[in-house]
Write a protein that binds this ligand. Structure first.
Ligand SMILES: C[S@@+](CC[C@H](N)C(=O)[O-])C[C@H]1O[C@@H](n2cnc3c(N)ncnc32)[C@H](O)[C@@H]1O
Length: 423
């Protein structure tokens, strides 16, 4: 008797799929579609079927490999988004018991579900090679700019792996699911795909369902552990999924060890206040100009936050097109031997080329291009870049009344900076 392993999905449950085994794939699909208590619109469709030499072994190995992605209680329900679906298939196809993929013709009479794999492009497919659709954004105040997987991976892989071990990660602006219209959060995906390797204890993702969310799904939360996943069971009345909603704050205070996300740019001030006040570790994306922006200067000055490793210049918009905006990673996790120290040119004042040092109308020294005088005891003005490159870790401090410094030269206002001084 032939043996099959399949992945099946119900049209109304896009965040889940079932992985199972059978000797009769036609009958099994009929069984799914004839289940009592199931609505007529909720049609099951195979996403993948293969013949196998040993369906029990293959199924067991899938269970072990993707333990975090199985629903905690059910035997066969797995978390679904397109990238994870690809991971399931890759694993099955490379398994020693895999024989061949079977292509099933959809039953057209039943208006069968749209095949999600055709309508939801993978992360790689999401425009990363479509240079021609690149758009220029002047600033980073668009809340619906999504972080690319490669940017998340590039930054998070820089930290010592031990920081993640046994930790509860809270992605509080992140949707782990994807549908035609929404992007799976690259943060959620990164932690799901590296759950075991990082030794995580738990991943909690909450997703905002307020007016900003075009898809109006309501606040949704998912919890993943090594024993499986579950959706938040009960939401407090009116829960929107907002990072400042009561339940989200409770998770932040009582459960989270490390907060990791790209929060909405328009709410950055509130987000920073809440996150820093919580005392939790964080790795987040925000505007590259924060070190010279009034609301954020005190945090840099008081050493409550510093730059992460990388800047982030490209994002995906809701249409999954590549867009540009100037962001940077920020964290309160120690960064040893910051690679960007190399870009700081700390030398005697007289050796700084004239074009990079000026005095403004108040006789305040302004230095540019990451030149920093090491023999100048007075305050001087710098742009965000030396702060991002770690000047505050090199014997300099921010001074002044938590304000940006706006130089005037010959009566003309110049770009905003911040005042620093050698300690
Ligand atoms: C800059 S996007 C980044 C999304 C995702 N974290 C990522 O990195 O791809 C900010 C997200 O926060 C959501 N958002 C807006 N207001 C929010 C709030 N009050 N609480 C949580 N998320 C919010 C937006 O809908 C948007 O999806």
């Amino acid at each position: 008797m032939k043996q099959y392993v399949y992945i099946v999905q119900a049209s109304l449950e896009p965040s889940k799929c079932k992985i199972g085994k059978t000797n009769d794939i036609e009958r099994r699909l009929k069984e799914y579609n004839n289940m009592t208590g199931k609505s007529k619109e909720n049609i099951y469709q195979y996403l993948f079927v293969c013949e196998t030499k040993d369906m029990a072994q293959l199924e067991n190995d899938i269970k072990k490999k993707f333990a975090t992605l199985r629903e905690e209680k059910s035997r066969e329900i797995y978390f679904y988004n397109f990238s994870l679906f690809n991971d399931y298939i890759k694993f099955i196809k490379s398994h020693k018991m895999f024989v061949k993929e079977i292509f099933i013709k959809p039953d057209e009479k039943k208006h069968i579900v749209k095949i999600i794999k055709k309508t939801t492009p993978s992360l790689q497919e999401r425009g990363l090679s479509r240079k021609d659709v690149m758009q220029k954004a002047q600033n980073i105040d668009n809340d619906e700019f999504y972080t690319r997987y490669e940017d998340v991976e590039k930054e998070l892989s820089m930290y010592d792996k031990r920081i993640w071990k046994n930790k509860v990660i809270f992605c509080n602006c992140d949707d782990a699911v994807d549908t035609d219209n929404r992007n799976t959060s690259a943060f959620a995906l990164y932690f799901l795909q590296n759950f075991k390797e990082l030794g995580l204890k738990k991943l909690i993702c909450t997703h905002y369902g307020g007016v900003v969310d075009l898809f109006n799904q309501g606040g949704v939360g998912y919890i993943f552990t090594k024993d499986g996943f579950r959706e938040f069971k009960e939401y407090p009345k009116g829960y929107t999924g907002s990072f400042d909603a009561e339940l989200s704050l409770k998770i932040l205070d009582e459960e989270a060890d490390i907060v990791c996300t790209n929060p909405p740019f328009s709410r950055a001030i509130d987000y920073w206040n809440i996150t820093i006040k919580s005392g939790k570790k964080f790795i987040i994306i925000s505007n590259i100009a924060n070190p010279i922006t009034k609301a954020f200067i005190p945090y840099f000055k008081n050493n409550q936050v510093w730059a992460g490793y990388n800047r982030v210049d490209k994002y995906l918009n809701l249409k999954r097109e590549l867009v540009e905006a100037s962001g940077h990673w920020y964290t309160n996790i120690p960064i040893n031997n910051r690679p960007k120290y190399k870009q700081l040119k700390i030398i005697p004042l007289k050796e700084i080329p004239d074009k990079y040092k000026r005095y403004d109308d108040n006789k305040m020294l302004i230095v540019d291009n990451c030149y920093i005088p090491n023999d100048y005891q007075q305050p001087f003005a710098v742009s965000a870049r030396p702060i991002l490159n770690g000047i505050l870790e090199k014997g300099y401090k921010i001074i002044g009344h938590n304000e940006s410094y706006i130089p005037n030269i010959n009566g003309k206002e110049c770009f905003r900076r911040v005042l620093v001084q050698q300690i």
